[in-house]
Design a protein around this ligand. Structure first.
Ligand code: ATP
Ligand code: LTN
Length: 333
C-alpha cells in the first residue's frame, strides 16, 4: 500500500513494562494517548523488547507486562477501537529493527542522551541499550505513523526516527511516512518529588519521589506533603530557580487541565498548594484504580484483547516490512 494514501492521521506510541506506572507516565504520555483516540487512528504498543535492554527478572517482566496492559485499558485506552498490543507478539518489529540498525550510524546512536544516562547508571550495558533507538524507529515507522505522543524526554528519539526515515526514503525510494512528535503543554516533564532536578522514572529507585498510579490516597498525601520545595515561600512557576514548587504546579495543572502559571496565581502558601495537589492527584487516580481492580480479576480477557491487538497490528506492519525489504534489495521468498 502507498503510505501517502488519504486516511485518518495515525498516532503511535510505546511504553516499557519496566516497573510500576507513575504519574509522569500518566500526565506526560497516557492522558494524551487517550485523547488522541477520539480524532486519530491510534496504535499503542507495550514495548517489552525495549524492556530487555536492561536486565530483567523473567517473572517480573511477565507480571509487569500483563499489569501494564490492564492499566492502559483502565486509563482509557480502548482496545476494541484502537490497537493495543505487545511488541514481542509482532515479529515485524525485530525484523525491521535490523534494517534500521543498518541505516542509522554509530555516531548518531552515540549522541543519544538516554543511552549516556542509562549506561552511566547500570553495571551491565547491553548492545541492545545502544541500538535501542533503531528498534524504536522500527516501532514507529511500521505503522505509517504521522504523530508520536510522548513526554519531553523522548524528543531526541523521535528526531533520530525522522532522520532514519528520510535517509531510507532518499536512498531506496518512498517507503516510510516521516513522523512528528507531540509533546503535551502541561505535564511533559514531571520531576521526582525528592530530586526535582531529575525526571520521575520507573527505573530510578526513588520511592519517596515517585507517585505510582496504583498508590493509596494516604501514601500520595504523605509523599506530596514531604515533597522538596525551597525556603523563599513564594508560589511562582520558575523551573530553574524553584524546581520543586514548579513541579507541584505542573502536576496540579496537568491533573486539572490548567496551566502552571494560572494555578500559581491562586496560591500564596506551599501548604495549600501541596494539599490541593494531593487531592487532585487522588481524584485523578481513583477511577483508574477502580477499573484496574476489575480487569485484574480477568486476565484471560486481557490476553484476548492483546491477541486481537497483535493481529490488527500485523495487518499493517507486515505490509510496511514487505515494502522496506523489497526497496532495500532483499530477494523475495
Ligand atoms: P524508564 O525510567 O524505565 O526509562 P520511564 O518511567 O521513563 O521508564 P517509559 O516507559 O520510558 O517510562 O516512558 C513512557 C512514556 O512516559 C514516554 O512517553 C515518556 O516520555 C513518558 N514519561 C516518562 N517519564 C516521564 C516524566 N517524568 N514526565 C513526563 N513524561 C514522562
Ligand atoms: N523509548 C520510549 C519507549 C518507546 C516508544 C516507542 C515511544 C519504544 N518505542 C515508539 C514512542 C514510540 C521510552 O523509553 N519512553
Amino acid at each position: 500500500m502507498c503510505p501517502n494514501l488519504k486516511r485518518m492521521a495515525r498516532v503511535f506510541s510505546g511504553i516499557q513494562p519496566s516497573g510500576e506506572l507513575h504519574l509522569g507516565n500518566l500526565l506526560g504520555a497516557l492522558v494524551n494517548w487517550v485523547d488522541h483516540q477520539k480524532s486519530h487512528d491510534a496504535v499503542y504498543c507495550i514495548v517489552d523488547l525495549h524492556a530487555l535492554t536492561l536486565p530483567k527478572n523473567p517473572e517480573e517482566l511477565r507480571k509487569n507486562s500483563l499489569e501494564l496492559a490492564q492499566l492502559l485499558i483502565a486509563v482509557g485506552i480502548n482496545p476494541e477501537e484502537s490497537i493495543l498490543f505487545m511488541q514481542s507478539h509482532v515479529p515485524e518489529h525485530s525484523q525491521l529493527a535490523w534494517l534500521m540498525e543498518c541505516t542509522v550510524s554509530f555516531g548518531e546512536l552515540n549522541r543519544m542522551t538516554a543511552f549516556k544516562d542509562k549506561s552511566g547508571r547500570n553495571e551491565f550495558i547491553s548492545g541492545g541499550l545502544f541500538t535501542y533507538p533503531a528498534l524504536q524507529a522500527a516501532d514507529i515507522l511500521l505503522y505509517d505513523t504521522d504523530l508520536v505522543p510522548v513526554g519531553d524526554d523522548q524528543r531526541q528519539h523521535i528526531e533520530i526516527t525522522r532522520d532514519i526515515a528520510e535517509r531510507f526514503n532518499s536512498r531506496f525510494g518512498d517507503t516510510f511516512v516521516v513522523p512528528k512528535h507531540v509533546i503535551p503543554p502541561a505535564g511533559a516533564r514531571i520531576m521526582d518529588l525528592q530530586h526535582p532536578e531529575r525526571k520521575m522514572s520507573k527505573s530510578e529507585l526513588s520511592p519517596a519521589g515517585t507517585i505510582n498510579v496504583l498508590e493509596t490516597p494516604e501514601s500520595i498525601t504523605k509523599k506530596i506533603k514531604r515533597a522538596v520545595t525551597d525556603s523563599d515561600g513564594d508560589v511562582r512557576f520558575d523551573v530553574e530557580e524553584k524546581p520543586g514548587v514548579s513541579n507541584l504546579l505542573s502536576i496540579l495543572a496537568a491533573a486539572t487541565s490548567s496551566t502552571p502559571e494560572k494555578v500559581a496565581s491562586s496560591y500564596s502558601r506551599y501548604g495549600d498548594l501541596k494539599s490541593d495537589t494531593a487531592d487532585a492527584v487522588i481524584a485523578l487516580l481513583r477511577p483508574i484504580q477502580e477499573k484496574f481492580r476489575e480487569l485484574e480479576s480477568d486476565p484471560a480477557e486481557t490476553s484476548r484483547l492483546l491477541t486481537l491487538g497483535s493481529s490488527k497490528a500485523r495487518e499493517i506492519s507486515s505490509a510496511t516490512l514487505g515494502r522496506a525489504m523489497q526497496n532495500i534489495g532483499l530477494l523475495e521468498t
